[in-house]
Ligand binder design. Structure first.
Ligand code: MN
Length: 129
């Protein structure tokens, strides 16, 4: 039986970061969905119900922590793991990320070698064998 590749949605306002993440994840065989902002991300998430959602914290209009809270409160999306991707490394930022409902935290700048391992880790509990 053929294994369906996991679908990962990355919500990020920075084009270069989206390009980098898309390239890494696509080379690992994931289906990659992208959104350039929170509203678009929410729409795509509802439409596709991805296996994992990665959210940039610093976005204009609607920040990633607020978006995470909205997704976790959404009956159709609350079960999907959400990982914050952020350059915020100040004391307390990790706690704020988790308090907003994020299941985890990946630090920028993105480590090209480690990133696929981190992504696989967050997908693990959802994977049915
Ligand atoms: Mn940003």
């Amino acid at each position: 039986m053929e294994v369906q590749p996991a679908t990962v949605l990355y919500i990020e306002d920075n084009f270069e970061n989206r390009m980098l993440v898309r390239r890494i994840l696509a080379s690992e065989g994931y289906d990659v969905l992208e959104a350039g902002g929170a509203e678009e991300g929410l729409r795509i998430a509802r439409q596709h119900e991805p296996d994992l959602i990665m959210i940039d914290i610093n976005m204009p209009h609607l920040d990633g922590l607020t978006l995470t809270s909205m997704m976790k409160a959404d009956p159709g999306l609350g079960h999907i793991p959400v990982v914050a991707v952020t350059a915020n490394v100040m004391r307390g930022d990790r706690e704020r990320t988790l308090a907003a409902g994020c299941d985890g935290y990946i630090q920028k700048p993105i480590d090209v070698d480690d990133f696929p391992i981190q992504v696989a880790h967050y997908l693990q509990p959802q994977r049915s064998l």
